[in-house]
Write a protein that binds this ligand. Structure first.
Ligand code: 5AD
Ligand code: SF4
Length: 448
């Protein structure tokens, strides 16, 4: 079996949500003691991991076409006497593991999202060509208990605190692929956050499919408060949250805790009450608007983000117009929007009134045009302001640094002195749809 004395190339390709980004980092941590170090392309990799997403059709299709592409790399490496282990991880692995093993002989092993701690064993078995090639039958608790210490590679990090979901929105596979709602114990979360702070992390984004449903020994708001006490942690964020879990204490915290960043990703999915009901979202448009109003009252500069689905079964033009109206009323700083994609086994996939693809496409284009307009307007509104920017690395050009605004915007600014992890004052001079640029202020009191 490989160990630290025999360096091996690791190439992880990540699809889907932030949760998968976190999981990929953790797989890298699990594999480091075996001698695996990241490489830039699959041709240099002894082990390729596809960390897959099952949430929409396209994401699943991509997995099979990527496996096809990897076959050529694998054959080339075998011809050179090097070999390549191909592992499929993530939600497609969980949902279709046995089928992948049947359909794709070049895949050596399949590992579900709660079984990453089993990777070393599966890799060793694959090398010996003996035993199980599939590990999917574990709980989140088993996984977290067995994972090694974090090895972050920057000043920002994700921290998974909650996995799975019991909400059963009728369009969504998560309750089936990621399983029942599970919250990590408070002490474990705090210990992981402290370890990240000790290794130079300044900004933590708490992750969960329903992150604000957290109940691992404290309320979600109390967890945030506890994390804000950790020395070195300057900024806290969270995603993805559910509107019905926006409790009074969490809303109040947005006005009280300066380390909690003024950015809220709160998916609404649709602006139509009929559609929200059919989606089993457990809230209507008025409920969502009320939460936004209350958050804005305590934190007027909060930037809002959401997920939207267009073309859900039965969505009429008027329902779609209700979504557009909600977007116009609220105003979003960023958003993700998708065409509804029927997922086998979910209730919505069996609904009769499926919407033709052309209609979905046409609605998506209209919605995205509006959302992009709002995102650009939000960015342009920062021009002239001085923002506290967390320095994350070097910029594109010489003499530039790169960082992140409180509103999660990417910022390039002129400066050479700032160190990664500093929070510096930057005057914003220009904005595009996707980023800001400016210059660091000289000799001004730094903002926290
Ligand atoms: N079709 C389209 N979008 C979906 N999402 C979840 N399931 C589906 C589906 N079947 C979107 C939702 C969710 C985001 C993570 O993905 O908007 O919030
Ligand atoms: Fe899926 Fe709904 Fe759960 Fe979010 S709340 S993970 S959309 S079932």
């Amino acid at each position: 079996m490989a160990d630290a004395r025999t360096p091996k190339g690791l190439f992880i390709e990540t699809y889907g949500c932030q949760m998968n980004v976190y999981d990929s980092e953790r797989m890298r941590d699990v594999l480091a003691p075996l001698g695996y170090a990241p490489v830039d392309k699959p041709d240099d990799a002894d082990l390729v991991v596809l960390n897959t997403c099952h949430i929409r059709e396209k994401a699943t299709e991509k997995v099979y076409s990527e496996i096809g592409r990897l076959r050529a790399h694998k054959e080339r490496r075998i011809a050179e006497g090097k070999g390549m282990t191909i592992a499929i991880a993530g939600c497609v692995a969980q949902a279709e593991g046995e089928e992948i093993i049947r359909r794709a002989p070049e895949v050596d092993l399949v590992v579900g999202p709660q079984a990453y701690h089993k990777l070393p064993e599966l890799i060793a078995r694959a090398a010996r060509k003996t035993g199980e090639r599939l590990a999917a039958d574990f709980t989140a608790q088993e996984k977290f208990d067995a994972l090694p210490a974090r090895a972050p590679d920057g000043v920002t990090a994700f921290l998974s605190i909650q996995e799975g979901c019991d909400k059963f929105c009728t369009f969504c596979v998560v309750p089936y692929t990621r399983g029942a709602e599970y919250s990590r114990p408070l002490a474990d979360v705090i210990a992981e956050a402290r370890a990240l702070a000790d290794k130079g992390v300044r900004e933590i984004t708490l992750l969960g499919q329903n992150v604000n449903a957290y109940h691992g020994g404290a309320s979600f708001a109390d967890l945030l408060l506890a994390l804000a006490q950790i020395e070195g942690i300057e900024r806290l964020r969270y995603m993805t949250s559910h509107p019905v879990e926006m409790t009074d204490d969490l809303i109040a915290l947005h006005g009280q805790e300066p380390k909690l960043m003024p950015f809220l990703h709160l998916p609404v999915q649709s602006g139509s009450d009929r559609v929200l009901k059919a989606m089993n979202r457990k809230h209507d448009g008025a409920f969502y608007r009320d939460i936004i109003e209350r958050v804005r009252k305590v934190r007027p500069d909060v930037a809002l983000s959401s997920d939207f689905i267009v073309g859900f079964p039965g969505e009429r033009e008027q329902d779609f117009e209700d979504t557009m109206q909600l977007v116009r009323n609220i105003g979003f700083a960023s958003a993700f929007s998708f065409k509804y994609s029927p997922r086998p086994g979910t209730p919505a996939a069996a609904m009769l009134a499926q919407i033709p693809d052309e209609v979905k496409t046409e609605r998506l284009l209209r919605l995205q045009a509006l959302l992009w307009e709002q995102q650009t307007a939000f960015n342009v509104a920062q021009v002239g302001r001085v923002l506290p920017i967390l320095v994350t690395g070097d910029g594109r050009r010489a003499g530039q640094k790169h960082g992140r605004s409180p509103y999660l915007q990417s910022v390039h600014f002129n400066d050479t002195a700032a160190q990664n992890g500093d929070i510096v004052s930057v005057r914003i001079e220009a904005a595009t749809q996707n980023s800001l640029s400016g210059a660091r202020l000289a000799r001004t009191p730094e903002v926290a």
